[in-house]
Design a binder for this molecule. Structure first.
Ligand code: SF4
Ligand code: ZN
Length: 312
């Protein structure tokens, strides 16, 4: 007789194990746990509520697929509206496949997907920028430039759909990685700026950004997609190997394997430290408007425009 492992909550057959909690769960109880954590993040960080229009940044990947699906379920209770938005970086052979997955999920949920592109907003695709960078031997990394453009593009997309908030698919792993990256670079300003909610107290040009998946691990986002049969694109971005983040990610994965719960401990440390600092209120920051592109910026010319100028 084949013995099966029972769900620690309902005694149905377990389909996955959470090592850090020494817990086996069935798909239904895991889905419930995952969604409860999103509701908890929303409650604890006052992310969005009655009457809000939440732009949801989707990429075709697992994190944003899970995010869109959960928020769609929550929004059906009638408290807020969601509008998926996607940024097309212009990465041949990668973006087109991933976009199809995002479109498939939006269609399944009956949601209209708004797409903006680097080409349209910054005048160049990421592929074009990388060619120019190599030709001119410029010092920026693919993820460095992509991060700057993505932030700006998502913000513009959120404004385009009339959003009051922008939800992004950053999970517990992402937050723990960013915290460690800031520590490894002694980037204190980066630490101050980075939060589960950013752009508090908003500013006309900057839509408040929130991370509802902060209490779920990356692996759990993938499991949530599998258990709920959501379409997502698994392949990695061809430029991702350039990322410093990749090294920090590998390190955290190794530590987590040997010491389950470590990622949540890093996250808890980050949140405890942040709680001791005053909240950065956008309207009180020395934030202003870029004199070149008119977008939100903390200096007279934003990082995007400085970077684009070096490619002109
Ligand atoms: Fe952009 Fe880097 Fe992500 Fe690729 S891995 S999409 S270059 S941030
Ligand atoms: Zn600018």
């Amino acid at each position: 007789m084949v013995s099966t492992v029972s769900c620690g909550h309902c005694k149905a057959e377990a389909v996955l194990r959470l090592d850090y909690a020494n817990l086996d769960l069935c798909g239904r109880c895991f889905t419930h746990l995952f969604e409860k954590r999103v509701a908890r993040a929303n409650r604890e960080f006052s992310m969005f509520g009655n009457g809000d229009v939440v732009a949801v940044g989707v990429s075709g990947g697992k994190d944003s697929a899970a995010l869109l699906y959960v928020l769609h379920k929550m929004s059906k209770k009638g408290r807020f509206t969601i509008k998926p938005v996607l940024v097309d970086e212009g990465i041949a052979g990668y973006r087109d496949v991933a976009t199809k997955k995002a479109e498939e999920l939006c269609q399944r949920l009956g949601l209209e997907l708004t797409i903006v592109s680097y080409k349209e907003l910054a005048g160049r695709s990421l592929d074009d920028i990388m060619v120019l960078r190599d030709e001119r031997q410029l010092g920026f990394t693919s993820c460095g430039v992509c991060g700057v453009l993505r932030k700006d593009s998502l913000n513009q997309a959120a404004r385009k759909v009339g959003a009051t908030n922008l939800a992004v698919g950053h999970n517990a792993d992402d937050v723990a990685q960013t915290f460690l990256m800031n520590a490894l670079r002694a980037d204190v300003k980066g630490f101050e700026r980075f939060g589960v909610v950013s752009g508090v107290g908003g500013q006309e040009k900057f839509v408040q950004r929130v991370k509802p998946l902060v209490y779920n691990l990356e692996k759990e986002c993938a499991l949530y997609c599998v258990v709920n049969d959501l379409p997502f694109h698994l392949a990695e971005c061809p430029y991702s190997q350039e990322a410093f983040r990749g090294q920090v990610k590998d390190f955290l994965n190794q530590v987590e394997q040997k010491h389950p719960g470590s990622k949540f401990n890093v996250l808890a440390s980050f949140l405890a430290l942040k709680a001791k600092l005053p909240v950065v209120v956008e309207s009180e920051r020395k934030a202003g408007i870029c004199t070149v592109c008119g977008e939100h910026s903390s200096s007279s010319v934003c990082r995007k425009c400085v970077m684009l100028e070096s490619l002109a």
